[in-house]
Design a protein around this ligand. Structure first.
Ligand code: UT7
Length: 334
């Protein structure tokens, strides 16, 4: 059986910063409240003219450069986002065109909100395993700032924009994605949604007047489920990979809330030094958060060749999941 892993990684984070103090001028909130309840200090916001595919493009170019892969060598593009450029065509197709990838490859969007990257890693892996693709480009890109109600203090303090991309390929035996665990519960879909703009509530003056094109979240109810499902996902994925907790070098959780990350780490018995956190700088960038965190963990040498990395995520759907990855093993570096 082949081993499939990440051979290149890139990220793009917009330059514009909105601090908690900036938000204090926009809604009734405080730096203290935001830091103590979420751990977030600032977030990045894309320029007005930038859409999800624009961020995705830069992240993808950086990932292909990092992987030393030419655009002609990409055999499949999977894009994950809860903030697509438009309902159709898929943002994957828009990016495929912008990147100038081959026209005989499939490009599709995968919708699993904040868990999108965890899902896409497993989906992409299957295409490499079954031999139909050699190199799969996975992009996670979000411009959440455009679906947020900037007058709603319950949500506007939490999210940020950003993108990440990876190239998946065959790697040295024993390296790469060891196991994935994916789950969902659609009966709780109303806990995090954008109610209007689809076929249920098409765009109308009324939906706009009621602000139904904005992200709506029941944060308090989500919190408890997020902690349980992210922790359970790690337990399940490690069991599947037959890897003990002690063997894990680094846990990279979805960056939604510091209190969620702390609770998950405590439930699993991981010490703080094993858990990577950068949400103070970027807020919750949904599906992009894991790749942006991986990129920084690599730069900070907290993620190294041969390390056992565990990811875990949770999001709208509800969706959740985790991956165990033995980092590195690029066949070309033998
Ligand atoms: O990406 C994956 C999906 N998302 C998540 O997993 C998010 C999960 N949820 C959370 O992170 C937290 O629930 C939040 C950070 C969203 C909220 O924290 P909380 O401790 O659950 O607060 P709460 O919603 O219970 O609100 C407590 C109080 C309320 O006031 P009252 O009703 O007690 O008077 C809120 O109105 O805090 C108030 N509040 C704020 N106060 C100042 C809510 N947002 C703010 C704010 N500034 N920004």
């Amino acid at each position: 059986m082949k081993s499939v892993g990440i051979i290149g990684l890139g990220a793009y984070i917009p330059e514009k910063i909105i601090t908690n103090h900036d938000l204090e001028k926009m809604v009734e909130t405080s730096d203290d409240w935001i830091i103590s309840r979420t751990g977030i200090k600032e977030r990045r916001i894309a320029d007005e003219e930038m859409a999800t595919s624009d961020l995705a493009l830069v992240a993808a170019q950086r990932a292909m450069l990092d992987a030393n892969i030419k655009k002609e060598e990409i055999d499949l593009l999977i894009l994950v986002s809860m903030t697509p450029d438009m309902l159709f065509p898929s943002t994957a197709c828009i990016v495929q065109g912008k990147l100038g990838l081959r026209n005989d490859i499939a490009a599709f969007d995968l919708s699993a909100a904040c868990s999108g990257f965890v899902y896409a890693l497993e989906v992409g892996k299957q295409f490499v395993l079954n031999g139909s693709c050699k190199n799969v480009l996975i992009i996670a890109s979000e411009v959440l700032s455009k679906v947020i109600d900037w007058s709603d203090r319950n949500t506007c303090v939490l999210f940020g924009d950003g993108a990440g991309a990876v190239v998946l390929s065959e790697v040295d035996s024993g390296f790469g994605i060891q196991s994935s665990y994916l789950g969902s519960n659609g009966s709780l879909s109303n806990l995090l949604e954008m109610p209007a703009g689809g076929t249920r509530l098409p765009a109308s003056h009324d939906t706009i007047k009621k602000g139904l094109h904005y992200l709506k979240m029941k944060g308090n109810e989500l919190f408890k489920i997020a902690v349980k499902m992210m922790a359970d996902s790690v337990k399940e994925v490690l069991k599947k990979a037959n890897i003990s907790y002690e063997k894990v070098d680094i846990l990279i959780p979805h960056q939604a809330n510091m209190r969620i990350i702390d609770a998950v780490s405590k439930m699993l018995g991981f010490s703080k030094d094993k858990v990577f956190v950068n949400l103070d700088k970027y807020g919750n960038t949904s599906a992009a958060s894991l790749i942006i965190a991986m990129k920084e963990a690599l730069e900070e040498k907290k993620l190294n060749e041969g390390n056992i990395l565990v990811t875990t995520a949770f999001g709208s759907g509800l969706t959740w999941g985790a991956n165990v990855i033995k980092w590195g093993g690029d066949l070309r570096k033998r």
